[in-house]
Design a binder for this molecule. Sequence first.
Ligand code: DGL
Length: 258
Amino acid sequence: MAGPILVFDSGVGGLSVVAALRERLPGAALAYACDNAMLPYGLREDSWLVQRILAVCEAAVAASGCCALVVACNTASTLALDALRARLAVPVVGTVPAIKPAARLSTTRHVGLLATSATVSRPYTLQLIREFAADCRVTRVAADALVREAERWLAGEPPDRDVIRAALAPLWADPELDTVVLGCTHFPLLREVLAEVAPRRVTWIDSSEAIARRTAQVVAGVAPREGPGPSFVTAPDPRLRAGLAAFGFAEPHLLHLD
Ligand code: DGL
């Protein structure tokens, strides 16, 4: 029997992907690893970040004995997918902003991309927009403050609506914008509050179901083992315990990096 499917993010954002994976693959064991010591990734320098992602994923893959790695982080995937695939022996599934489905859905042809500072300006993201949303106007909004809000929310603290309102504000300049891509896995965790503070109705779209679908294809021939799986952190933080437990993970282990 093969090992669990390992889900990786800088923090708790990957848990939005865990939710979709549990729906699609209810029996499969999932492991979770987050680099909470270095959160947020969205404000880090690229060459340093690639090395860091490689080191953490390599250690987490070894510690979990996983059969596949899901990089449940747009900031990491738009930068380091090729490097991860070259370094690791297990299949790697990435997460990139859902530009393509958003362009398909928008009737006004004006789409918003809400993501980290890094993701909104990455060549990978710009290429996605050129390829799949060439006939749309795409308003890119860096909303790093929402990463902290999602972390706080999962730790049991109420999200700060003023911070969230301010982060979303640039989306509303054009009344025609009708679809918003949640291009950071932390943001779907705040979906209800986002919709609540938004001044009008829009379609919010993220990649989690597509990632779960793709993961199911990748592990189809491998048969990941069933039952609970471990979780790993890079810094001890008791506030993570409740959030991880809510998504079916027991007490996290501290990951040792070389
Ligand atoms: N959850 C991550 C993403 O999807 C990023 C959060 C961070 O900035 O660390 O981009």
